[in-house]
Ligand binder design. Structure first.
Ligand code: GTQ
Ligand code: FE2
Length: 362
């Protein structure tokens, strides 16, 4: 039988068929799904507009009883991910709405989660026995395997953005979930105790022995973040790529607020046009306030307050603020950094600005 370079096509085809029948593949036949020259993210640059999602959320609040859904949540599904319900390949971005008087019962899961408040007042989250009332722009952590429930004691529905690392946790096949029979967990600490313990800045409560890989701080109040950003804006432009950008850190370690998700808040002064750069790992941006646009891989995304958009891994991006803008963002860089996988790169051509070749149309 012929072999090597002289082999008949039929022999090779037959061989591939036999290999496949033995649940195997020739490595050389795999192509781009195997080793890529550079990241080829499946997630697309994409944006979910608040003007479209606000009505959908309020319809959900009328049509879907909270008893029917563990959480009344719409999941942003990136169209590049073939129907997979997530914003990037590792992270979810969801909107949740809770009506006055409702309780979203207590549960815990190994995926880490957080909230950024979009609209309303009067709702609280309780995490591991500590309750915090939430205001617009607040960033609230619900780390891996912590009990959490939400309730709305106000007069109007409340909406927030949920970020979770569910796809990553499922990729590793390490998902656990558990729920309470009673609706709300018992309160074991004074309200906002962690804010008083850890929120003062550069001071550690000496008698506390916080365990865990995540921040001991439950609620990072927006008002404090905004004041810090404005104080800095008096004397610096911050990063050429991100403007005045602060990371929400674990006050105990200086590391990310949660072990798997890095979270940031950035201020772009009116008229600010950042230089383009790119980094590994898909990033989700949520506009807390202001108006402007971002250019992602040459495509212009016009955004307003409460819109949410995705910058895929290794995609060049730059931001322009038309009004004073505050952006919240998060990514999975804590999953890359310990293994030496994180990279970033500036866009050197054209004075650091991409050519705009199109605009996002939805
Ligand atoms: O609020 O606990 O968007 O468990 C997805 C899963 C929110 C939550 C989500 C959840 C939650
Ligand atoms: Fe949850």
């Amino acid at each position: 039988m012929a072999s090597g370079p002289g082999a008949q096509m039929e022999d090779l085809d037959l061989f591939y068929q036999d290999v496949q029948n033995h649940n195997s593949r020739g490595l050389w036949t795999l192509g781009g799904d195997n080793l890529t020259t550079e990241p080829e993210p499946k997630a697309l640059p994409f944006m979910w507009k608040w003007s479209e999602f606000r009505p959908l959320m309020y319809r959900a609040s009328e049509l879907v009883p909270v008893e029917m859904a563990e959480r009344r949540v719409l999941v942003f599904a990136n169209p590049g991910l073939a129907g997979k319900p997530s914003a990037t390949s590792t992270l979810m971005a969801n909107l949740q709405i809770i009506n006055p008087g409702e309780i979203a019962r207590s549960h815990r899961h190994t995926p880490s989660a957080f909230r950024v408040i979009v609209e309303g007042t009067g709702a609280y989250t309780t995490v591991e026995g500590e309750k915090t009332y939430m205001d617009e722009g607040d960033f609230i952590t619900t780390p891996s395997w912590t009990w959490h429930d939400h309730g709305n004691e106000g007069d109007t529905p409340m909406v927030w953005l949920d970020g979770l690392d569910v796809p990553f946790v499922n990729m590793l096949e390490v998902g656990f979930y558990d729920q309470l029979e009673t609706q709300a967990q018992n309160l074991t600490r004074a309200d906002d105790m962690s804010l008083r313990l850890y929120g003062a800045g550069s001071m550690r409560p000496t008698w506390e022995h916080h365990q865990g890989l995540h921040s001991p701080l439950l609620n990072y109040k927006f008002q404090r973040a905004y004041e810090a950003l404005k104080e800095l804006a008096k004397d610096t432009e911050g990063s050429p790529y991100d403007g005045i950008c602060l990371e929400y850190t674990n006050p105990q370690t200086g590391g990310p607020a949660m072990a798997t998700i890095a979270c940031f808040v950035q201020l772009l002064e009116p008229g600010r046009h950042t230089k383009a750069h790119r980094h590994t790992g898909g990033t989700i941006f949520h506009v807390i306030k202001g108006k402007g646009y971002s250019v992602i891989r040459g495509e212009r995304f016009d955004w307003q307050a409460k819109d949410t958009f995705v910058v895929p891994s290794w995609a060049f991006h730059e931001h322009v603020a038309e009004d004073e803008a505050v952006l919240f963002s998060y990514n999975d860089s804590p999953l890359q950094q310990p293994f030496g996988l994180y990279r970033e790169e500036a866009y050197e051509e054209n004075g650091g600005h991409q050519l705009v070749t199109g605009a996002f149309a939805g």
